[in-house]
Structure formats: structure tokens, C-alpha cells
Design a protein around this ligand. Structure first.
Ligand SMILES: [Zn+2]
Length: 325
């Protein structure tokens, strides 16, 4: 289903980022910086596995091509349930939400924050069992979902501006802008702390993202009014293809008008992720983990990777054709 009148070219532009949420750069960076925010007692352990944590940061997006129920973990259409913040009728507890809305409805409109709460419990268990591979795998995946929950357009059914004539804004905000400007961001965030209420912290981050949806959309509309079509987009030669993309001038103006929004969302994601990892370790009784102990990557992980890569190359998302581009 074409997303706009330039479906082909936009797909080409964002092709490498088509399903990568924030884009590879941002996901990798968020997982990496979360490690550097850990208190010393946990930093060494995570640092030792930095390679896996960063290189596999976009696995969950690729998994959407292989696994039926993967898609809903990356978003939640808050506007389907409530027209304004705070989200006070949507149960923050998964079981209560299922009871109230049914599993089918929840899967259809996204389960991002609930999925994270579940993963946090799984991470505590992995720490208790000192299962190094599982700790690192869960931590890596959680990094991805925490990052996604910090993207405003992952919290609305108008996720690609398709309801407001702003097709392509998803990729513009979360891939094009970081790609162009993140090298100037200052990613220093505070030292991670123990979180008393994981549920509150996750939903709080989510609501913050949702509160920015109007600004993301309205700012784009306002800036678009300053640019004629031929100044808003450029045709670029990328290898053998001719593609149409948002011009650097337009992207720059939009980025400027957003203030520090993209940078702030990335930083908040890094910090929350680091706090969640640390909190899970504390909850598990601060197990002593062998610093230099590597882990053989289990066969099933390599098999899974092969499968998701293969399906990713084939390029057909299972479930909702949610762009994330
Ligand atoms: Zn994602």
C-alpha cells in the first residue's frame, strides 16, 4: 500500500532504515551510552559485552520479518484508547489491560510499555540465575524497545503522518535527523540509579513521548509552509538509484525548530535503559558476575539471527505494515 505519491522513492531513501525504528545509528548509540551510564559495580560486566549489545541493537526490528507477534512490541497507539493525557483509563498492568480490552485488541494497537515491564521481570530472573547470555540478550532487546518508546511517533496511530498528509515524517524524525545531526549531540547523562517503580518509569517515559506527538507534527507542518516542494525535497543519486529525500535545508530547519527534542529523547532513553538494567541487577540481589567471563553464543541464537536476516532480506513484515521508516 503506497504511503504517499512518492512511495517508491521514499522507500528507497529510507530503505536501509526501513524497519529500523530509530535507525541503526541511534539504536546502537542508545545501547552503548546506557552501558557508560552504569555504576562501577555493573559497568565492567556490561562493557565486556558491548559488542553484542550494540551490534544486535536492531535485531528486534529485523525480527518483525520473521516473527508474527514481534510488531506490536515496538509501539502503542495511545490515541486509540484515550484522546488526551494523562493515560488514566488504560491499565498499566498487563493482566488488567487484557481483561479490559482483550488480547486481540492490545496486540492490534501495540503493547510496547507492557512488553518492557515483562522483560524487566525476565531480566531480574536471568540475573538471579546468573545466565550471562540471557542477561545480555534481554538487555540488548530491551534497549531497542526502550528506545522505540521514546519516539513520539511510536505512540500514535498517525505514526507516519498518514492521517494528516505528512507521509514520510516517521523516517524524517527518527532516522534522517539523527543521521544528520546526532554527531553534535552531547550524550552525557547521569549515573544510573535504582528505580522504585519500574511500571511508573516506563509509562512516564511513554506518556512524555506521546505528549510530543502534536509538536512533532505541527512543527513539520509549519516548517513545510516555509519551503516550496522543490526546496523541501531533493533528488539525489544514490548508487544506481535516483531518490527523492528531504533536503538538508528543510531537515535542518525542522531540526532547529524542534529545539533539543530528538537529542533529549535519545538521552532519556539511554538513562532509563541504564536504570532498568541496574534495577534488575539490584532486585536480583546484586549477584557477583564474572567480569571476564564471555559466553559462547548458543546455537539457537545464531540460528535465530540467520532466520531473521533471511526474512529481512526477503522484506515482508508480518503483521501490521507499520513503516518505522
Ligand atoms: Zn523498533
Amino acid at each position: 500500500m503506497p504511503l504517499n505519491k512518492y512511495p517508491f522513492v521514499l522507500l528507497l531513501i529510507f530503505g536501509p532504515f526501513l524497519s529500523l525504528g530509530w535507525g541503526f545509528y541511534a539504536h546502537k548509540k542508545i545501547n552503548e551510552q546506557a552501558v557508560y551510564s552504569l555504576p562501577p559495580e555493573l559497568f565492567g560486566f556490561y562493557k565486556n559485552h558491548l559488542n553484542y549489545l550494540t551490534e544486535r541493537a536492531t535485531d528486534p526490528d529485523k525480527r518483525r520479518y520473521a516473527v508474527e507477534n514481534e510488531g506490536p512490541k515496538h509501539f502503542l497507539d495511545a490515541d486509540y484508547y484515550e484522546k488526551q493525557l494523562p493515560l488514566d483509563t488504560l491499565p498499566k498492568n498487563w493482566f488488567k489491560a487484557v481483561e479490559k480490552y482483550s488480547l486481540d485488541t492490545l496486540q492490534k494497537h501495540g503493547i510496547g510499555p507492557w512488553n518492557l515491564q515483562l522483560m524487566q521481570k525476565q531480566l531480574v530472573k536471568a540475573f538471579e540465575e546468573k545466565n550471562i547470555f540471557r542477561i545480555i540478550k534481554l538487555s540488548t532487546d530491551m534497549g531497542h524497545y526502550v528506545a522505540d518508546m521514546h519516539v513520539p511517533l511510536h505512540t500514535t496511530s498517525n505514526y507516519n503522518g498518514q492521517k494528516t498528509g505528512q507521509h514520510g515524517i516517521h523516517g524524517l524524525w527518527e532516522s534522517r535527523l539523527p543521521e544528520l545531526f546526532a554527531s553534535n549531540y552531547n550524550f552525557v547523562v547521569g549515573r544510573a540509579v535504582y528505580i522504585d517503580s519500574v511500571e511508573y518509569s516506563i509509562w512516564n517515559a511513554f506518556e512524555k513521548s506521546h505528549s510530543l506527538v502534536d509538536s512533532v507534527l505541527n512543527t513539520e507542518r509549519r516548517v513545510s509552509n516555509l519551503f516550496s516542494e522543490d526546496k523541501k525535497y531533493v533528488i539525489e543519486q544514490r548508487g544506481a538509484s535516483t531518490v527523492k529525500t528531504y533536503s538538508r535545508e528543510f531537515s535542518s530547519k525542522y531540526h532547529q525548530e524542534l529545539g533539543t527534542m530528538v537529542e533529549d529523547r535519545m538521552k532519556d532513553a539511554m538513562y532509563l535503559l541504564s536504570c532498568l538494567w541496574y534495577t534488575a541487577w539490584v532486585e536480583a540481589g546484586m549477584p557477583n558476575l564474572e567480569l571476564n567471563q564471555g559466553f559462547g553464543i548458543p546455537e539457537y541464537d545464531s540460528d535465530e539471527l540467520k532466520e531473521i536476516e533471511t526474512n529481512y532480506q526477503k522484506g515482508s513484515i508480518k503483521g501490521r505494515e507499520e513503516p518505522n521508516e
